[in-house]
Design a protein around this ligand. Structure first.
Ligand code: APR
Length: 239
């Protein structure tokens, strides 16, 4: 009988893991980027040009995300964190809080969160109101420069040093529900593989970077993620 894989697991998630909780993805048929132009609602220039449109876009997503419930895939990852003997790090591109609602710990939100507000003037962060108004004042410096604490295109994602440290020291890297269209996240698989990690893509369909993965599992997240977690926890491998 071998020992259970006790290695460190790093998991990157994207919009696809929240799709079955009712939250729209970006690039699927009818996705968010077919309803709005990225340059209008997800860039600093767009915010400067029309802050009302941007606040409205994120207010609608904040209300939707608050009403959503974690699904079996979110719950399975929390279960993996709890039961796996090695460290399990969840890095998400998502700005919803469904991983946390499903019991996950220390989730790294590389694109920020809908729940966060940021002052474009002094950099102060606070919990965003359900509906953020244009010109909302910063509680620290009082400037009317409140914005969603979400990383826009052209801005540096958060926690990159910490994330690259995890990629360099994991035994398994998995990407779940992401199209592999946006860097730096789409490059994480190659980084982890370069350090010897086993790489797995779990997605509804092959992503743009599927060829970089050693293993692939296709299907709906609520089916394939719990099955993958069961395999990992039940797996007995010669160490
Ligand atoms: N189960 C598993 N995968 C799914 C499901 C599902 N039920 N539904 C959709 N998917 C997959 C799609 O096949 C697609 O590959 O999820 C992926 C979603 O891709 P995108 O919509 O591009 O979302 P994501 O990869 O998270 O986008 C990355 O782009 O616009 C930016 O900041 C935004 O964080 C986002 C980033």
């Amino acid at each position: 009988m071998g020992t259970r894989r006790t290695g460190k697991i790093v998991i990157l998630t994207g919009a696809g893991i929240s799709a079955e909780s009712g939250l729209g993805t970006f690039r699927d048929e009818g996705g968010l980027w077919s309803q709005h132009r990225i340059e209008d609602v997800a860039t600093p220039e767009g915010f400067a040009r029309d802050p009302a449109l941007v606040q409205e876009f994120y207010n609608a997503r904040r209300v939707q995300a608050a009403a959503a419930r974690p699904n079996a895939a979110h719950l399975a990852l929390a279960h993996l964190q709890e039961d796996h003997r090695g460290e399990v790090v969840i890095v998400t591109q998502n700005v919803d809080a469904l991983h946390e609602a499903g019991g996950a710990q220390s989730v790294l939100h590389m694109h920020g969160t809908l729940a966060g507000a940021l002052c474009a003037g002094c950099g102060h962060r606070w919990r965003a109101p359900d509906t953020m108004a244009v010109g909302e004042a910063c509680p620290a410096c009082a400037a009317p420069l409140a914005r969603p604490d979400v990383v826009w295109f052209g801005e540096m994602p958060y926690l990159m040093d910490e994330i690259f440290g995890h990629l360099a020291s994991c035994d398994v890297f998995a990407a779940i529900g992401t199209s592999g269209e946006v860097y730096p996240a789409a490059g994480f698989v190659r980084e982890a593989a370069a350090y010897g990690a086993h790489t797995v893509e779990l997605n509804l369909e092959p992503s743009s970077v599927v060829s970089a993965f050693a293993e692939t599992r296709f299907g709906k997240a609520t089916d394939i993620v719990p099955a993958w977690v069961d395999d990992l926890l039940g797996q007995t491998v010669r160490s």
